[in-house]
Every structure is written in structure tokens, then in C-alpha cells.
Ligand binder design. Structure first.
Ligand SMILES: Nc1nc2c(ncn2[C@@H]2O[C@H](COP(=O)(O)OP(=O)(O)OP(=O)(O)O)[C@@H](O)[C@H]2O)c(=O)[nH]1
Ligand SMILES: [Mg+2]
Length: 461
């Protein structure tokens, strides 16, 4: 078996563990594994790189593939359900780390008090996993930003991992709250405090916006009142899509760092918007033929994006597209190029090869062809703006602040989170407006520079 560059998955809090359960279920199916982690598939491609997410274990004469994952929560309920559910026997029993206190929707409890008490034992479990790796590529944290545990403890873990593994990639699948899905009043506080941490400690933040998921479920999938299981199914598809080129042999496949290198022109601007195609409702055939250019167009359509912003308000800095199924490389390149030449105003001109393309022949289970994109669009500032407005309205009056200061937090940290987010928004805006050459003078300087060098060469001769 070829060398797998391992990823350690850490799922934190209710959303983290519920999404995580769905993700592992889908991953099992993609790799031909049953719910106990035994291979039942027929395609050798399924087995080649299982080592990225699974550890191979000999157990009672059979080979089992065990998720390289740690399940964390400050209350036991969700993890207990996971353990007694259909995937209960899949995970290593000693990788569940729970407490009884809960974080009660309070970021400060997750980051400073209750979470801080649990974090060292979580790191011990993580370390046991990393020590068994040959070439660890990095971590992925799955969490929501609206509650106390996933957001607070999730960010605390991120900063500890940054300290202990400074040269490994830290990716997060971060779920942003929407009033359409949840009405908890302090969510804007929790999510902005989390974003503040993610800006400085994350390498790759894949933003998933419950608002967009809800809209896709209602408008495209025609589900009247979407539940978490519906939302989480969409998230898992994207998580599988994004990691396809890490998990299967194919052209241009790589690792988390390669994804980062191609997508992130400036370290703070690492907030990516995922898109997926095709989404299909019940009744529509999963086997519908979608040609490559239709898929590509759909990925850059607002309706297929997992963040509820208007992409036309911004410009794309970079993008990565991952095609699955029988799509030819030439076909993919042409459709990506076409899209850019037809819509040049939506792409910054000063990054020439901004869309990277990967191809994997293995399609998702139940589909013939599919595509996933990670978009680095300056329009994501609208997501942070939405959060900032809700945050500022309450913070101006210091509403609910005592719950946080009661855990030892300083109001200063709220102000810092606010201004860090304002700065981030301004940075996206700055690069959105940047031209290849700011004015004619700069353009001439650059061309003179070239001519100047030539002239010099000539005079030397
Ligand atoms: N997509 C999705 N969102 C969820 C799910 N569960 C909760 N959320 C959202 O996540 C936010 C609340 O975070 P939770 O994950 O429930 O909280 P927690 O991390 O367990 O933190 P506590 O406050 O300590 O319970 C809200 O915005 C919810 O709408 C889920 O299964 N899927
Ligand atoms: Mg919880």
C-alpha cells in the first residue's frame, strides 16, 4: 500500500459530533467499509489510501479500519448517542472524551473554564493518535461556532495544537450560526469570539453557514422544515468532496498543504467557501448525467454554495475544483478556463492561474459524477459582516456580558474580536478592489523595468 499522509479528525461539541457521525458513515461507504470497519468493497482504488483517515488494526484474525478520530464534548449526551448508535463499535472506545459540566452556550466556559479542565486529557488522546502516524499531514476540527463547547473548546484545542504541532496543517470545518436554524441569543458573541481565534490560529477554515444549508434544503431539495440530519448530510458530502483528492489516487492529488498553498494568497485570508454540484431532491434521479461544464457553472452559482453571501458582490482570489467520475482532464481545464474568460470581472486579475483542478475517477456513492469547489471569494466578508452587526448591537449595551466576565473573561477581548473582524473585512475589501496595476505610472514603471534591464544587457555587449 502506498504511503498515506495521515489526518487526525477531532470533532467537538454537539454539531461537531453529529456532523462527524454523518461524515464517517459516508466515508465508510466511499471506501467500501462496513460499520465495523471491515472491507467489503470490490474496487482496489477504495483501499489504496484508506490510511489517510483510518488506522489499520488486526483484531481477532480480521483486519479492521478504525477512524483516526477523537470525539469531544463537555456534556455526555451526544457522544453517548453516537456510542450507542449504528457506528458505536467503529470508534476506539478510549477516544471519547466527555465531561458532565456542559458549557451552556457560553464560549468563555468552553475556552477558559470547563473546557480548559478537559483540554489536557484531550491532547493526550490526540498525541496517542499522532504518535502512531508515519507522516502526519495535519488535523481537521469539526465544530459549530454558535455554542460554547465546539466554539470555545474547539478554539482552545486549535491554539494548543498550533503550539505543539507548529508545522502541521490545521484545517477546520466551522459551522456558522443562522437565526433560521437556532434562536439562541448569544450565538453572535460565541461565533465572533471564535472567528477571532480562527483568524490567527487556523491554516484553512472551511466555512459552513447553516443559513445556506437551510436554503438549499428548502429551495433545491424541497424539504419543508429541514432538520439537522438534512443539513449534516450536505456538510458530509462537501467534507468527502474536499478530501477526495487526498483519499483516492488521481491526477494532481495532494495533501492539505497543497490545498492551502494553492488557495491562500495571504495567511489571514484563509476562510473558504465550499460549493457542491449536483444537489438533487428526492424524486430526481441521482444518475442524471451532468456534463463537466454544467457542473462547473453550478459550482460558481450562489445556489450551490454553502455560505449565504452574494458572490457577485466580491471577486474570486483563488479556487480549487475537484471533479469526480468519468471527466477528462482536457474537458475540465476547458470548462474552468471558459468560466473565467466569460466572467473576468468576478476574478482578480493579478493572480493568473487561480483555479486549480483535481480529477478523481471514483464518484460519490449513488452518483455518477459530482464536483466540489473551495472558493476563496472576497464576498465572504458579508458573512463576517452579518455576524459583526448582530454582535455589535448587543455589545454596545454590554448585554449578556456578565455571563462571560463571570468566567473570568475581560470585556477587552470582546473589543479585540470586534476590531480583528473589522480588519479582516477591510482586508478582503482591499484585495477585492486591487487592480493588477494601481495606476498607469505603476504599469509604466513595471514595463520600464523590463526594458531597462534589456537596455543594460545590450550596452554591456
Ligand atoms: N449543521 C448543524 N448545526 C448544528 C447541529 N447541532 C447544533 N448546530 C448549530 O450549532 C450551534 C450550537 O452549537 P452546538 O454544537 O449545539 O453547541 P456545543 O458546541 O455543543 O456547545 P454547548 O453550548 O456547550 O452545548 C447552533 O448554531 C446550532 O444551530 C448539527 O447537528 N448540525
Ligand atoms: Mg452541547
Amino acid at each position: 500500500m502506498p504511503l498515506s499522509r495521515e489526518i487526525v479528525n477531532v470533532q467537538v461539541g454537539q454539531a461537531g459530533n453529529q456532523v462527524g457521525e454523518n461524515f464517517w458513515e459516508m466515508l465508510l461507504a466511499e471506501h467500501g467499509l462496513d460499520r465495523t470497519g471491515q472491507f467489503k468493497g470490490s474496487d482496489p482504488q477504495q483501499m489504496q489510501r484508506t490510511g489517510v483517515y483510518f488506522t489499520e488494526v488486526e483484531y481477532g484474525g480480521t483486519t479492521r479500519y478504525v477512524p483516526r478520530s477523537v470525539q469531544v464534548d463537555l456534556e455526555a449526551g451526544v457522544c453517548d448517542r453516537l456510542r450507542s448508535g449504528p457506528l458505536g463499535s467503529l470508534f476506539r472506545p478510549d477516544t471519547f472524551m466527555t465531561a458532565d459540566s456542559g458549557a451552556g452556550n457560553n464560549w468563555a466556559k468552553g475556552y477558559y473554564t470547563e473546557g480548559a479542565e478537559l483540554v489536557d486529557s484531550v491532547l493526550d488522546v490526540v498525541r496517542r493518535q499522532t504518535e502512531a502516524c508515519e507522516t502526519l499531514q495535519g488535523f481537521q476540527i469539526v465544530h459549530s461556532l454558535g455554542g460554547g463547547t465546539g466554539a470555545g473548546l474547539g478554539c482552545l484545542l486549535l491554539s494548543k495544537l498550533r503550539e505543539e504541532y507548529p508545522d502541521r496543517m490545521l484545517a477546520t470545518f466551522s459551522i456558522l450560526p443562522s437565526p433560521k436554524v437556532s434562536e439562541t441569543v448569544v450565538e453572535p458573541y460565541n461565533s465572533l469570539l471564535a472567528v477571532n481565534q480562527l483568524i490567527d490560529n487556523g491554516d484553512l477554515t472551511i466555512c459552513i453557514d447553516n443559513e445556506a444549508l437551510y436554503n438549499i434544503c428548502q429551495r433545491t431539495l424541497k424539504i419543508k422544515t429541514p432538520g439537522f440530519e438534512n443539513l449534516n448530510n450536505l456538510i458530509s458530502r462537501v467534507m468527502c468532496g474536499v478530501s477526495t483528492s487526498l483519499r483516492f489516487p488521481g491526477q494532481l492529488n495532494g495533501d492539505l498543504r497543497k490545498i492551502g498553498v494553492n488557495l491562500i494568497p495571504f495567511p489571514r485570508l484563509h476562510f473558504l467557501m465550499p460549493a457542491y454540484a449536483p444537489f438533487f431532491g428526492t424524486g430526481a434521479s441521482a444518475y442524471e448525467k451532468n456534463n463537466c461544464s454544467e457542473l462547473t457553472k453550478a459550482l460558481f452559482d450562489k445556489q450551490n454554495m454553502l455560505v449565504a453571501v452574494e458572490p457577485r458582490h466580491g471577486r474570486y482570489l483563488t479556487a480549487a475544483v475537484i471533479y469526480r467520475g468519468d471527466i477528462a482532464s482536457r474537458e475540465a481545464d476547458v470548462s474552468v478556463r471558459d468560466l473565467q474568460t466569460k466572467n473576468p470581472q468576478h476574478f482578480v486579475e493579478w493572480i493568473p492561474d487561480k483555479i486549480s483542478v483535481s480529477l478523481v475517477t471514483v464518484p460519490p456513492v449513488g452518483q455518477k459524477r459530482a464536483a466540489t469547489a473551495l472558493l476563496n471569494s472576497t464576498s465572504i466578508q458579508e458573512l463576517f459582516h452579518r455576524n459583526l452587526v448582530a454582535f455589535a448591537a448587543m455589545f454596545k449595551r454590554r448585554a449578556f456580558l456578565h455571563w462571560y466576565t463571570g468566567e473570568g473573561m475581560d470585556a477587552m477581548e470582546f473589543s479585540e474580536a470586534e476590531s480583528n473582524t473589522q480588519d479582516l473585512i477591510a482586508e478582503y475589501q482591499q484585495y477585492q478592489e486591487a487592480e493588477a496595476f494601481e495606476d498607469e505610472e505603476e504599469f509604466e514603471e513595471s514595463t520600464n523595468g523590463v526594458n531597462g534591464a534589456e537596455e543594460e544587457e545590450e550596452s554591456e555587449q
